[in-house]
Write a protein that binds this ligand. Sequence first.
Ligand code: UDX
Length: 439
Amino acid sequence: MKITIIGTGYVGLVSGAVFADWGHEVVCLDIDEEKIKKIKEGVMPIYEEGLEELVTRVQDNGSFKATTNYKMAVEHGELIFICVGTPSAQSGAADLNYVYQAAETIGKYLPENEYKIIITKSTVPVGTNNSVKKHVNKGAGDKKVDFDVASNPEFLREGNAIYDANNTDRVVIGSSSEKALGVLEELYSKLDAPIVKTDLASAELIKYAANAFLATKISFINEIAQICERTGADVKSVSHGMGLDNRIGPKFLNASIGYGGSCFPKDVEALYRTSSANFYDFRLLRGVMDANERQKFYFLEKLFEKYGTNLSNLTFGILGTAFKNDTDDVRKSPAIEVIRILRGSGLRMKIFDPAAMETAQEVLGNDYLEYMDSAADVFEGTDAVVILTEWKEFATLDYEALVKKMKSKVVFDGRNLLEPEDMKDMGVEYYAIGRSEAG
Ligand code: UDX
């Protein structure tokens, strides 16, 4: 099939490369010339495991082209996927300007009387696709255009995006056009996954409901962690015991300093706005957001309780700046927020993240911060080490040797990567989240 992708962020670039890998002819468009130039040179604008190799391969075999030429891109695709960003507006609702701009520009370049399907992959609130249709028509003006709109939300996790695109649990497609549903069903027929064919509004809502539910799971276990700390229970045992019930499942039950990233905070808030705009107060979601916000402060309280709020005579090592492991993304990263608060208390920090050093430095600058070359470096002469991102390699460091390099053996574990017993054996004063033997 001939496929056009508008927007080369995580979703667009990964989807485009994967479609090309499936043998389709893909054109990926972005209005950012610098980004397209880089992609053509095989340099990815984002860090995603395996993406550079994949894009290089599909560019070399001619099935994937990157361009800034809108006219060519729109004329090319029988399927045109809108994958542009939908950041949070000031109000917390999703900012749809990029989506509507893309829709209008597609309309402007749509060839006359040539059937196309315009599919939104960006996460957009219920009702958006009807407006996409209006914007395409607006862009088309008096031309006679022939198109259907569809919704096909993505469920890609950063760091696992290529795997997820090839091994999704389900494909969701929504449209009022049987023809569009049929073409999309054919596109995804190569996947061994159920295809949910539904109406536009339901497809749009599935994405928000799924992300909000996962966020709820995280906030739920984080609140349970608070009960654990107050009763002497251990949240790891509790989540293990809960997760074995297959109606609950073990995933997304790791207590932490809270969820972050470009999706969960934005999507939960946008769903709350959608419900309010429809005269329904989704109170459960308010609780989810509130618990997530509080979670990092509960963690910081442990630290302030020990040291007071003036930390200007101390230096800490920081492990992790990304919002989660296996990514260089620091958008809405709870780690970044914690670092900012600590800096506000005058703390000096030695920082390391396996992938998110540059991105962290861009948002944090250099004041009070020293960016190190390895995880081991953050232990050197520091008063405490704070783990903020769940990188696997942070769980398997040689702590026995490393803590000996510290000024005092204190570890604050915001991701429950370590075992209180092990830390005790090493003579480490250990603080975690909802762990019985932790401080
Ligand atoms: C998420 C969804 O998983 C994906 O389906 C959707 O399309 C985009 O949003 P992503 O943002 O890449 O993907 O991150 P995810 O792996 O879901 O983690 C989100 C946040 O929750 C991270 O900050 C992570 O650290 C946190 N988290 C996750 C926890 O705190 N505890 C957990 O048990 C799981």
